[in-house]
Design a protein around this ligand. Structure first.
Ligand code: ZN
Length: 101
């Protein structure tokens, strides 16, 4: 998974196509991500105690990471990324500007 928590991504498919948002969670085992405010689903919350009312909450549902592109933090464009080694550290770089993505 190239996308990491905290990345800004652009949604490339589905009803939120063209929007940008921040990744709040990555699920590597399913290759899915959760992006703040994207792929909103209504979820019914059951009452916790008897006599309380249930309600619906809007949650950001996970979707496939392949439907999102990383926005480079150096040039601000959607980009494909590569990696390079800087000493012991592997850093993610932008294929457009060569900066740290
Ligand atoms: Zn860039």
């Amino acid at each position: 998974m190239k996308i990491k928590k905290g990345d800004m991504v652009k949604i490339m498919a589905g009803k939120d196509r063209g929007k940008t948002g921040k990744v709040t969670k990555v699920i590597p085992s399913e290759e899915k991500i959760i992006v703040e405010g994207m792929n909103i689903k209504k979820k019914h919350i059951r009452p916790k105690k008897q006599g309380q009312k249930g309600h619906t909450a809007q949650i950001s549902a996970p979707f496939y990471a392949s439907n999102a592109m990383i926005i480079c933090s150096s040039c601000g464009k959607t980009t494909r990324t590569g990696y390079k080694l800087e000493g012991e550290k592997k850093i993610r770089v932008c294929k457009k500007c060569g900066g740290v993505a």
